[in-house]
Write a protein that binds this ligand. Sequence first.
Ligand SMILES: C[S@@+](CC[C@H](N)C(=O)[O-])C[C@H]1O[C@@H](n2cnc3c(N)ncnc32)[C@H](O)[C@@H]1O
Length: 347
Amino acid sequence: MADTLGMAAQLAGNAVRFGWYSGVNWLMTREAQRLSPRPRYRPERPVPSQAELMADLRALFLADAAAVREGLYPPWEPAGGLGEHMRALGAMFADLPVLLARRQTEATHSATEHAGADGLPDYYTQDFHFQTGGYLSAESAKLYDVQVETLFYGAGAAMRRAGLKPIAAFLRGRNQRSASLLDVGCGTGRFLREVRLAFPGLALTGLDLSQAYLDEAQRHLQSLRPATLLNANAEAIPLPDASQDIVTSVFLYHELPGAVRRSVTAEIARVLKPGGLFVLVDSLQMGDRPGWDGLLEAFPVRFHEPYFAHYAADDLDAMLAEAGLVAQETAHAFLSKVMVREKRRTC
Ligand SMILES: C[S@@+](CC[C@H](N)C(=O)[O-])C[C@H]1O[C@@H](n2cnc3c(N)ncnc32)[C@H](O)[C@@H]1O
């Protein structure tokens, strides 16, 4: 039976998140400009109009609500309370002057001073998005989710959920309880939590190089059926060959140098079973929506994203095909794209 009430709840929830985070985004931008004024970057490539962006956002929210109505996944439910959310927002504003000073001086290696940085790859120990402590501190892990949602006007969760649809299609007619899913670069576990709520029977594993982010993921998953969380490098996944039915990766690839993107893809293909599913959710690339290319040009200028320009121009289709991951579908979800691939059945 169609879950009409759930669909209405999902639409209302997304509308509230959009309104709330638009306000937070406006305040953050105004405060940043007051503390550290700088001219707005004007990209050479075209940018969409506000109306076009809003129409696309509405389409994302409608698709998200339709998926709930069809029973593909349940309506969104918060992982924490209002108090926790307000504390995270307060901490994000409190950190802004430090972050702006880092932007000003382009000193983007506070992560290297962290005790956990020893032995980690250089490409990783940078302050992505200028965030204090990079991915290594507990404070950064607590701020990450509100930072992402502020950037995406509250649409980050709905973009991640676009990755649930191919999983639902893959699992149709299969026994969830005998299937496994690995989320590579799981961060604070936001996508893993959505997967757990939608597919309670799956054996879930999350992998990330940051113990601080995994601790946060553990918190977001508490009270749900446990997932295994691995503190490891995605370039050397500590799992056997052909051990996973599904592998997912959300918002990781744009933060990897090109060569590492390829090693990680090879590892993902290695741990997938033949016929297994790979779902990659990440930013749009240049040319996906030519009228939006200016947004992709501006993003790494506004935020410290050292590998984004390479990612935006990379031939991901060829990269995935070379690793034996055969194209099923690629769909757009607002500022993201969802690439669905099947591991080749015969070598
Ligand atoms: C932009 S965040 C995305 C997190 C999460 N998937 C999400 O949807 O928000 C990138 C994550 O990838 C992790 N990461 C980056 N390079 C990695 C690597 N080589 N191996 C494992 N994790 C990595 C970071 O620690 C961080 O948690």
